[in-house]
Design a protein around this ligand. Sequence first.
Ligand SMILES: [Zn+2]
Length: 103
Amino acid sequence: MTCYLCEKETVYTTYFCEHCRRIKHLLNLYGKRVNYVLEAVLIRNEQQQKYKIDNELKKEKTNIRKVIFEEKEEKKPMGDSTYIEPNTLNKDYMDELKKKLSQ
Ligand SMILES: [Zn+2]
């Protein structure tokens, strides 16, 4: 026969499979708190679904931007992200950096 809870696993001498027996044990220990935790953690309401969808779209946009940015970066004269365009740093800042390097 199959497990009374998951209705998937085959069982011979008991009503519940190994995993469902664990769930039954937790139900005995925590009672309705188990239902609350399952609802709160596993079930997403519409607002939470929206957050998830927005988050996934944001990730996708970031990945697309990354691809575009990296393509542009390859066209840079030196092809290196550490490359600094000449004369873009002021002299004082360059002197400060040189001083730090010589320490
Ligand atoms: Zn089961």
